[in-house]
Design a protein around this ligand. Structure first.
Ligand code: ATP
Length: 317
């Protein structure tokens, strides 16, 4: 039997995020383009020979109790596969947190995705990607994407995934003010208050809006691997509520956009902002320009790349 498993769990950015309507379950109908990035957490699972799960993470903002999404993923696996759970037992889950927390980068979701993939291996279940995605959807809208990663169109509340052509390892600069957090529920609720009157409510109308994105310029730019067009077609509806409420985010976005590069935008509900670059050198220039325009030590900046993998198993013994 396998005693341990280490996995790299990639963060994501949104290249496109459009809110098209309300859902009876309280979520929104979305059309998004998701992109995995190389910035990743390291998630280690170790068999502990008892019927329980334990989460360890040294990041002060990450809970280690049953509210941790990685813990909830483990509990879900135990509930769904009680025989495997009683045969192989629980695990200690150690999260080496490198993805900024509450940043719009799906940090919690990708940890949950890693636990699903890791326990599938350790318990020898042989689940398929669609089966893992179905389990993931029970934990959160971003979890199904995080499992397979790469470049994909996400619809529904974000849990319905259609892979798009994988993009090359394009460079990007990522920025986030360390002490700034934006609540995802707040961003969606505020959007509904301000723009809810424009929502589409009939099934045919929603499908028409999905199709419009599917055959639209962003997806076409991705299929053609046209980085310049991708940079010009970045779109995120949530900027309309987050940027006015968080002037620092708006400023960082502006600095990124005027520093050259292919385009810049907020990811998800923020507050992280990214700038696409043509090369590693250009990414370095954008990062340095942002650093001198905003000398605030609270601003963290990273240079990273697109990646084609969601959850990657690095070792299992
Ligand atoms: P999304 O883009 O999916 O909305 P996010 O990147 O904005 O996610 P997370 O980093 O997932 O946000 O964290 C949101 C909140 O979830 C945190 O404030 C934290 O308390 C809680 N949380 C629970 N489990 C985790 C986890 N494994 N990693 C990070 N945060 C977690």
């Amino acid at each position: 039997m396998m005693d341990s498993c280490s996995l790299l769990a990639s963060a994501k950015i949104n290249l496109y995020l459009e809110i098209i309507g309300d859902r009876p379950d309280g979520y929104h109908e979305l059309v998004m383009v998701m992109q995995s990035i190389a910035l990743a957490d390291l998630v280690e699972l170790k068999a502990i020979g008892m019927d329980a799960f334990r989460v360890r993470c040294s990041h002060p903002l990450v809970p280690t109790d049953s509210s941790n999404l990685a813990y909830r993923a483990a509990q879900l696996m135990a509930d769904e596969f009680p025989e495997a759970f009683s045969r192989w037992g629980g695990a200690e889950i150690t999260i080496d947190k490198r993805i900024p927390v509450a940043a719009g980068l799906a940090g919690g979701s990708t940890n949950a995705a890693a636990v699903l993939v890791g326990l599938d291996l350790m318990w020898n279940l042989g689940l398929t990607l669609p089966q893992l995605q179905e389990l993931g959807a029970k934990l959160g809208s971003d979890v199904p994407f995080c499992i397979g990663g790469g470049t994909a169109l996400a619809t529904g509340r974000g849990e319905k995934i259609s892979p798009l052509s994988n993009l090359d390892r394009s460079y990007l600069v990522l920025g986030k003010f360390r002490s700034l957090q934006v609540s995802t529920p707040w961003a969606y609720k505020t959007f509904r208050q301000e723009f809810g009157h424009q929502y589409v409510s009939d099934a045919a109308g929603l499908e028409e809006r999905r199709q419009r994105v599917h055959s639209g310029p962003m997806v076409s730019a991705i299929l053609h691997h046209d980085d310049r067009q991708i940079g010009q077609r970045l779109y995120n509806d949530l900027e309309r509520v987050v940027l006015p409420a968080y002037p620092q985010v708006a400023q960082l976005r502006e600095v990124f956009r005027s520093a050259g590069g292919l385009g810049g935008m907020m990811s998800g509900s923020g507050p992280s902002v990214f700038a696409l670059a043509e090369s590693e050198l250009e990414a370095t220039k954008i990062r340095d320009a942002a650093r001198s325009a905003i000398p605030d030590p609270d601003l963290d900046l990273w240079i990273t790349q697109f990646t084609t993998t969601g959850i990657q198993v690095v070792s299992n013994k």
